[in-house]
Ligand binder design. Structure first.
Ligand code: IFM
Length: 446
């Protein structure tokens, strides 16, 4: 069987986020995730981001890894409290220079930097003023984006305004399992609206301050939703779930409005919207980033707010208890393309956690992860064959890291990190992906 070739110019790399890998806590301001970690019982084993992978001090070693993996891009996020310890006002130039040095190191290694401006580490000082519930945070974000773009825009072409607004809004403000740990659905929806508004407001500014030919977008966490059966009530439940998880973010960004069916269902909980907000949110983007890990299977329930229940089908599951379902990423990419007018797409995250250990030979053998990547990449290739404008794929993650409320108990890296020594050991999956990245193709088993 011949190898599956990806399009010329395809971007291949890995993704990370500041709080999850950097450490260097003393060299930055506090974020809501520092506060959340200090809240007893919220993070497994009381883990914190104080040291993490110590990437702040070891970034050159990590860039060397990326180069050894033949990556031609690397997605990382900027820590807002490292740049502006109080969220606004005085800039920490040492912190900003760190990102400038990282960008230079990447470029010197032939790796295109792919920046995320916000991956959930809001400065604590802004949270004390209400955080993302307060509309003023939108304008503080735009100021912050301007500072970063002025510093790095001469060298960085790829910019993501926000990572996974659904997670920041709903897990952080409705379900209370992410920072800042609130449990109010209505406020969560207001947060979501403000995140999207800040995305739209930053777009023209980023275009103005970044190099010619720059590409700007936002990353959404999306999952293809399947009805538990062909009963009408299950199909309707799946449609509602899809509306809350996927369309509530896709429609504003790509069509400039919230989905009306979900708006009606939400009743009094809907966000307050000022005139012009939807036009701003709908400002055209150059690409949509998609983070995908699994699918959702949904049935009707007689109970609960939305009369929805998640079904756990028989199948393969990762250490996160997420189903391995490669067909889901293909269906999702095709669906977004068909329903939203074929925007350029990047898979900005895809990967899996397993219980990796160091073997007697000193290596980390992770056959399940290799199999996961092989099957998801095959599904991505099939989507391209069906006309999806997929321009790149970024594996989550370069390194094992701080997995939010799970602390360090879940390993998503293609590189194993020994947290006691900070030794990095590329796993077999890193070797597998290095060959995919080098050849721009996916080997087919005979
Ligand atoms: O670790 C996270 C990342 O920060 C955002 N997307 C999902 C990953 C795995 O849970």
């Amino acid at each position: 069987m011949s190898d599956l070739q990806f399009p010329d110019g395809f971007l291949w790399g890995t993704a990370t986020a500041s709080f999850q890998i950097e450490g260097g806590r003393k060299e930055r301001g506090d974020s809501i995730w520092d506060d959340f970690c200090a809240w007893p019982g919220k993070v497994v084993d009381g883990d914190t981001g104080d040291v993490a992978d110590d990437h702040y001090h070891r970034y050159q070693q990590d860039v060397d890894l990326l180069k050894a993996f033949n990556a031609n891009t690397y997605r990382f996020s900027i820590s807002w409290p490292r740049v502006l310890p109080q969220g606004t006002g005085e800039v920490n130039h040492v912190g900003l220079d760190f990102y400038s040095r990282l960008v230079d190191a990447l470029l010197a290694a032939g790796i295109e930097p792919f920046i995320t401006l916000y991956h959930w580490d809001l400065p604590s000082a802004l949270q004390r003023l209400g955080g993302w519930v307060n509309r003023d945070t939108v304008y503080r974000y735009v100021d912050y984006a301007e500072i970063v773009a002025k510093k790095l825009g001469d060298r960085v072409r790829y910019w993501i305004t926000h990572n996974e607004p659904w997670v920041a809004a709903i897990l952080g403000h409705h379900e209370g399992v992410h920072a800042p740990g609130w449990t109010d659905h209505s406020l969560a929806l207001q947060v979501g609206h403000h995140l999207l508004l800040s995305h739209g407001l930053a777009m023209p500014l980023l275009h103005q301050l970044t190099k010619a030919g720059s590409r700007l977008g936002i990353t959404l966490n999306l999952s293809q939703v399947y009805a538990a059966s062909d009963k009408t009530e299950d199909i309707e439940a799946a449609k509602r779930y899809d509306g809350h998880l996927n369309r509530w973010y896709l429609d504003p960004v790509l069509l400039g409005n919230y989905p009306q069916d979900i708006w009606q269902q939400l009743g009094w909980r809907v966000p307050r919207i000022a005139p012009q907000d939807m036009d701003i949110i709908g400002t055209p983007i150059d690409f949509l980033g998609i983070n995908n890990y699994s699918r959702a299977v949904i049935g009707h329930s007689d109970e609960g707010e939305n009369h929805i229940q998640s079904i756990r089908p028989k199948g393969e599951y990762t250490a996160m208890d997420w189903e391995v379902y490669p067909q889901g990423i293909k269906a999702l990419l095709v669906r977004v393309t068909r329903e939203y007018g074929a925007p350029d797409l990047y898979v900005t995250e895809n990967g899996c956690a397993y219980e990796d250990t160091i073997s007697d030979d000193g290596q980390v053998h992770d056959p399940q992860r290799v199999d996961f990547f092989r099957r998801y990449l095959k599904a991505c290739h099939e989507a391209i064959t069906e006309g999806v404008q997929l321009k790149g794929y970024l594996a989550w993650s370069l390194l094992d890291n701080f997995e939010w409320s799970f602390g360090y108990s879940r390993r998503f890296g293609i590189t194993y990190v020994d947290y006691a020594t900070q030794e990095r050991i590329p796993k077999d999956s890193a070797k597998f992906l290095s060959e995919v990245f080098r050849s721009n193709s996916l080997p087919q088993e005979a």
